[in-house]
Design a binder for this molecule. Structure first.
Ligand SMILES: Nc1ncnc2c1ncn2[C@@H]1O[C@H](COP(=O)(O)OP(=O)(O)OP(=O)(O)O)[C@@H](O)[C@H]1O
Length: 227
């Protein structure tokens, strides 16, 4: 068994009087697709945000590729996030003024790539995700499922090591959701990208290699992989 590419050990996070995480641990191996499930308010998104370095835990450690996120300066953590992680949220959060292809190219442009190279890399994702012909549409001219596929392309274009997906199909009907999940899983497997997928739908979790249940701020036994 390969070492985890990313793991959290004993995370605690409190928001005022709410203890969102109470000793949550979770590990993701290279290329592994892990679903994080559990009831509403159990701490799934908080766990994902801590693992992604968006939120600092009060206690515990998050280690990506041998590096402790809590020991990095804010700036270095931001660079690491941009270079190594991709994100897809419930609503694609595409920039409404930019055509789909420019939305997809954005992470490469932010990473310093030239416009021509970024657009070429972005264009390659459209046929892979069943989006042929939609390159120059504005987000407002796409369906919900198409928008999520554009968001997946944007999340994967810069070749991240880990893709974080928080309820990526939450706004879609089950047919569009299945299609988005099939494409997400297929694209991640081809790229060798690990995926951490937060969902409360068993149907969506079934696309993962493994499911971890979060209850009361802890990842349930059996979901924890020895680091
Ligand atoms: N920024 C915040 N400020 C205050 N409380 C918060 C904040 N973020 C989360 N919480 C609280 O922490 C707990 C865990 O929230 P979290 O969003 O991680 O749960 P979740 O399992 O992802 O829920 P859902 O499935 O409903 O999205 C909840 O009680 C929530 O209200």
């Amino acid at each position: 068994m390969s070492d985890p590419v990313l793991y959290a050990d004993g995370l605690y996070k409190r928001f005022g009087v709410t203890e969102a995480l109470r000793g949550a641990s979770l590990a993701v191996r290279r290329g592994e697709i892990v679903a994080v499930t559990g009831p509403s308010g159990s701490g799934k998104s908080t766990l994902l945000h801590c693992l992604a370095g968006i939120l600092a835990p009060d206690r515990g450690e998050v280690v990506f590729d041998g590096r402790h996120l809590e020991r990095l300066r804010d700036r270095d953590r931001t660079v690491l996030r941009r270079r190594s992680f991709g994100f897809v949220f419930q609503f694609g959060q595409l920039v409404p003024e930019l055509p789909a292809i420019e939305n997809v190219a954005m992470p490469m442009l932010l990473g310093g790539a030239g416009r021509r190279a970024a657009l070429a890399a972005a264009a390659a994702w459209f046929p892979r995700l069943g989006l042929d012909g939609l390159q120059w549409r504005l987000p407002g001219e796409l369906s919900g499922g198409q928008s999520q596929r554009v968001a997946i392309a944007r999340a994967l274009v810069a070749d991240p090591q880990v893709l974080f997906a928080d309820e990526p199909t939450g706004a879609l009907d089950s047919v569009a959701a299945d299609q988005v999940m099939e494409l997400l899983v297929d694209a991640a497997r081809r790229a060798g990208t690990s995926v951490l997928l937060v969902t409360h739908e068993a149907r969506v979790a079934a696309f993962a290699d493994r499911s971890v249940t979060v209850r009361d701020g802890r990842a349930a036994a059996g979901g924890v992989v020895a680091a």
